[in-house]
Design a protein around this ligand. Structure first.
Ligand code: NAD
Length: 308
């Protein structure tokens, strides 16, 4: 299959590498000059759970590539999605499937401005990835990648992609309720990630804090109220907090991605997490003071660090 990775950073390179290794014809798309040059000169090096390998891979700026793709995985940061969709428009045909595994809320609406809902496959993943240097990344975990068609008649197409991910060692799974997994992932990012970023704390430091339960309760309640009002998704607060603590116990001394964004002086995805909850809460007449404060504080932290 002709597969493009639109946004070949940490996760995009990890997925591109695994797919290419399994015989798919992968084109990495990006605009980061040093990264493009490194991959063109030396191939893409990825450490998958500590096992390092290098593959020659095609990488290009989107405008340098032509022809319709079978599948395009979008792997920008949330705030880069809309722009990337305009940049890859010429690679999208009537049958091209767009797979979106970005963290955050509201991406289906962004994608629908560019492609028919029939061709949009939404999902989440708990793989973790990082950039070591231009041309070198790491991919850790064992998935899964949960995917679901956005249009009821496209289940077969989603299952084909799930199988490609399975065959590539990426642990694809067909989801019967991807909206729920999206909200659950957003809730983790809007609590654990945002609080670690604000407090400059690792996950185990955060969960050792005496005020952790009150902080989590307030934020989770707001995510749950908006998930119900907007998408008719039920989030049980106690179950979610139990899940969060279980995830936290596995990740231990790790610093989540929003912390790493600030550390690397890059903008966070807060507007697509707690910020998106605040925006939707206003629409449905729901109070969301915790999410509002979190969003304001993260933006204040970005300003303090002079991140644009
Ligand atoms: P990323 O920041 O590594 O890459 C996103 C884009 O930024 C790419 O185009 C990349 O080339 C560019 N970029 C990265 N570093 C750069 C630099 N120093 N200079 C210039 N450009 C640079 O993002 P990611 O971690 O791959 O995440 C993509 C999406 O997947 C996000 O929505 C994220 O929340 C989500 N996600 C990430 C992980 C993870 O562990 N990384 C896990 C699950 C979901």
């Amino acid at each position: 299959m002709n597969i493009a990775i639109a946004g070949s950073g940490a996760l995009g390179c990890g997925f591109g590498y695994m797919l290419q290794k399994n015989g798919q014809n992968v084109t990495l798309l990006d605009y980061w000059e040093d990264h493009i040059e490194a991959i063109r000169n030396n191939g893409l090096t990825v450490s998958v759970n500590g096992v390092k390998g290098t593959l020659p891979m095609t990488i290009a700026r989107p405008e340098e590539v032509s022809g319709e793709m079978d599948v395009i995985f979008v792997f920008t940061k949330a705030m880069g999605l809309e722009k990337m969709m305009t940049q890859i428009n010429h690679l999208i045909g009537t049958k091209t499937k767009i797979v979106c595994l970005l963290n955050g809320l509201g991406h289906l609406k962004t994608l629908e401005a560019f492609v028919d809902r029939r061709n949009i496959i939404m999902g989440t993943t708990v793989w973790t990835a990082g950039i070591i240097a231009p041309g070198e990344t790491q991919l850790n975990g064992n998935g899964p990648v949960e995917l679901q068609n956005s249009h009821p008649e496209e289940e077969e197409a989603a299952r084909v992609i799930v199988n490609i991910l399975k065959d590539s060692g990426l642990f694809g799974e067909y989801s019967k309720n991807v909206k729920y997994t999206t909200w659950r992932k957003a809730c983790i990012n809007g609590t654990m990630n945002a609080l670690c970023a604000l407090l400059d704390a690792s996950i185990d430091q955060l969960f050792a804090s005496p005020s952790i339960d009150s902080l989590l309760n307030g934020i989770v309640d707001e995510f749950a109220a908006v998930a119900k009002a907007q998408d008719d998704i039920e989030i049980d607060r106690d179950e979610m907090i139990h899940y969060l603590k279980e995830v936290a116990s596995r990740l231990g001394s790790h610093y989540p991605s929003m912390h790493q964004d600030l550390f690397n002086r890059r903008p966070t995805e807060i507007d697509y997490l707690n910020g998106a909850v605040v925006e939707a809460a206003e629409k449905y007449g729901i109070e969301a003071p915790h999410c509002r404060r979190m969003t304001d504080l993260i933006h204040a932290k970005e300003a303090v660090l002079e991140i644009k």
